[in-house]
Write a protein that binds this ligand. Structure first.
Ligand SMILES: Nc1ncnc2c1ncn2[C@@H]1O[C@H](COP(=O)(O)OP(=O)(O)OP(=O)(O)O)[C@@H](O)[C@H]1O
Ligand SMILES: [Mg+2]
Length: 260
């Protein structure tokens, strides 16, 4: 099982889009894929026409058992998506109360790790979508995953946000004593604008080898796909945005090739 987390504390940078794009491509290759919505706003959940305000069972339930995950619970929380081969563990808006509830409860940072250990034989890939804030959910995601992808919009303001994210990441990695690898993913790149080309240059200069050598272009098909509730590669497998995600998938597979 390969577990990848997609996270950045900055909002609207393409996290959820990366999860559905990569997940869709993997499912179309015949892989068994689980996507998990760790964002109380539930955008990934809404993407597949589920309602995070009215959902009965969600990721939230995993955290309600004093740091343990009861047998059979993870399976109960999983639903199929419109994309064959790809399942979702949805979010509910109740997740927003998690920080308050978790104060002083031991073992809360490893709930997602424990959950995925119980699903190990059932999926080839797990993609974790995160909210743009550091909290117990993101800590869980970082502890559970083998590879972190940090999408960053190719515009000036986004670079400041990336500095913050990288600082947070260092702190968390140090406290978890893990050697989580990360790949910075330039998104919404528009090579016709100076803002895009200059910020891409700055990102590469500042973060060097940790930056993906290509970028995900601006592509309106992503919004069309989300409106239709289908993964982008199902809407249009040849659009340049999907082709860029296919290339990214190859990079991520290479980076995590030793982990089956
Ligand atoms: N490469 C792209 N080209 C054009 N539009 C994009 C691209 N990537 C994402 N979008 C659009 O930008 C918006 C924000 O993207 P997305 O929801 O993936 O970001 P996010 O980081 O998950 O946001 P949040 O922090 O709110 O969870 C969406 O409407 C999405 O369709
Ligand atoms: Mg999102």
């Amino acid at each position: 099982m390969k577990i990848w987390a997609i996270a950045n504390q900055k909002g609207g940078v393409g996290k959820t889009t990366s999860v559905v794009s990569l997940g869709g491509l993997l499912a179309q290759q015949g892989k068994r894929v689980l996507v998990m919505d760790l964002d109380p706003h539930g955008s990934l959940t809404s993407y597949f026409k589920l309602d995070p305000d009215n959902i009965e069972q969600s990721v939230f339930d995993l955290f309600m058992h004093q740091g343990k995950v009861p047998d059979g619970l993870p399976e109960q929380l999983i639903t199929a998506t419109s994309c064959q081969g790809m399942d979702i563990m949805p979010a509910s808006t109740a997740l927003a109360t998690l920080e308050r509830r978790m104060v002083g409860v031991d073992g809360m940072g490893l709930i997602i790790s424990k959950t995925l250990a119980m699903l190990w034989e059932q999926y080839d890939y797990v993609l974790l979508d995160n909210s743009p804030s550091l909290g117990v959910l993101m800590i869980n995601a970082l502890a559970a995953s083998q590879q972190l992808v940090v999408p960053v919009q190719t515009e000036f303001l986004a670079i400041k946000g990336l500095e913050r994210m990288m600082h947070t990441l260092e702190m968390v990695i140090r406290s978890q004593k893990s050697n989580l690898r990360h790949l910075i993913l330039p998104t919404m790149f528009d090579r016709r604008t100076q803002a895009s080309t200059q910020s891409l240059r700055t990102i590469k200069k500042t973060w060097g080898d940790n930056v993906w050598k290509y970028a995900i272009p601006v592509d309106t098909k992503f919004r069309d796909a989300s409106m239709a509730g289908v993964v982008p590669s199902e809407l249009d497998p040849t659009t340049h945005g999907v082709r860029a995600y296919a290339k990214l998938l190859q990079t991520l597979n290479d980076l995590t090739s030793s982990q089956a």
